[in-house]
Design a binder for this molecule. Structure first.
Ligand code: NAD
Length: 368
């Protein structure tokens, strides 16, 4: 029996996670896969109910689940709270407490949505990359850190970039394993010419690569990589990098695809993972049925692939999403021209369900 946790959070988080749940239940039911889903409040809604962004009970549900589906948290109502009580703290607590050290962000350009990208069609067309970002180490967590007074009205701010061999080995292993399911190419991004911690990063990634002789490894400095991402995004396959470099590169890369409403993500610790769209709670469109649920739905495909090795079902779901885009269904964020079919959040979810039904039906016919 698969145990899932579903935390939809605030704003459009609720709307898109609802569509992800609809699709997920359909896939599991049709394929007679046993599962249970437990919900819980996270973010602003948890603060309103319990004066905390996440409770111990909800953390327990997360720890006991095989995988977690997460919507989004945050909103203006909670922006003035102390940092420890803000909705976003729920997300950081989950990542940290579950040690979800590997963040996967695929960036794929759909032919039909090419005009949604600010880059030229000829540059972005055919882009299909996966950024593997280290998520629980590096400069965001290193110590010493903080700001101290050093006299005469002068202050000093410190953050520490540190990585251990073990931290690098485990994220590199994830990148190599995943690349075996893709084009067998890994690019490690660092600043080894200046930062010793990333010189260690480079050396350890190369050591790990010896266990993957069929995967091609190359290296690139972060400054060059941020340039090449815009110049020739098509040339990338799997990128593995540190926490801060991955944070920046993945936001840059999201613009290649055009809409934030299309990009899913996974945060993994081995098979256990939390799956979520990369966008936030979008207070400007919340409650209006305008949110694009495809990033949340594609996060379900990532869950099927990475937590449960159900690559075929993940592929079916990704194909269903591709088909609805080809058929012209569009939420407002991906409305790129005329003659298309404008749909609400739930109608987009329904369109994906309909396509999935067709795909599953086509298998039945082939069996007869
Ligand atoms: P956002 O991602 O919520 O929205 C940015 C813009 O993209 C908005 O114009 C929004 O309407 C649009 N957008 C986002 N998702 C969309 C979708 N699925 N379909 C259509 N349009 C979509 O970022 P923001 O406005 O900077 O942040 C809003 C709140 O969300 C803040 O409180 C922020 O802290 C929080 N946040 C949460 C997460 C998370 O939960 N993982 C991530 C980012 C931001």
């Amino acid at each position: 029996m698969i145990k899932l946790a579903l935390f939809s959070g605030d704003g459009i988080g609720k709307e898109v996670a609802g569509e992800a749940e609809k699709v997920l239940r359909f896939i599991f039911d049709v394929n007679s896969i046993g599962y249970e889903i437990e919900g819980g409040l996270v973010g602003g809604v948890s603060y309103d109910a319990y004066k905390k962004p996440i409770t111990d009970e909800v953390l327990k549900i997360a720890k006991e689940a095989d995988a977690i589906i997460f919507g989004a948290v945050g909103g203006p109502k909670w922006e003035t709270l102390p940092i420890e009580l803000r909705p976003e703290k729920a997300l950081l607590t989950l990542r940290y407490d579950l040690e979800l050290y590997a963040n996967l962000r695929p960036v794929k350009v759909y032919k039909e949505l090419i005009d949604a990208s600010p880059l030229k069609a000829g540059v972005v067309s055919g882009t299909d990359m996966l950024i593997v970002r280290e998520l629980t180490g590096g400069i965001y967590f290193g110590t010493p850190r903080g700001v101290s007074d050093i006299g005469n009205g002068n202050k000093k701010g410190i953050n520490t970039l540190s990585y251990t061999t073990k931290e690098i080995e485990r994220i590199a292993k994830i990148a190599f394993e995943i690349s075996k399911k893709r084009k067998k190419r890994v690019l490690s991004v660092d600043k080894a010419n200046v930062l010793e911690a990333t010189e260690l990063w480079r050396n350890v990634v190369h050591d790990v690569s010896k266990n993957y002789p069929d995967v091609e490894l190359s290296d690139m400095y972060i400054d060059n990589c941020s340039m090449q991402l815009i110049k020739q995004p098509r040339s990338f396959d799997v990128i593995v990098t540190t926490n801060m470099f991955g944070d920046i590169l993945s936001d840059e890369a999201s613009m290649i695809s055009g809409s934030i409403g299309m990009l899913p993500s996974a945060s993994l610790n081995g098979k256990k993972g939390m799956y979520e769209p990369i966008h936030g709670s979008a207070p400007d469109i919340a409650g209006q049925g305008k949110a694009n649920p495809l990033a949340a739905i594609l996060s379900v495909a990532m869950m099927l692939r990475y937590s449960f090795d159900m690559d075929n079902l993940a592929g079916d779901l990704e194909r269903a999403v591709e088909n609805v885009i080809k058929q012209g269904y569009r939420t407002q964020d991906i409305m790129t021209g005329s003659g298309l079919k404008p749909v609400s959040t739930s109608k987009m979810g329904d369109a994906v369900l309909h396509e999935l039904k067709n795909i599953f039906k086509s298998y039945e016919k082939n069996e007869v």
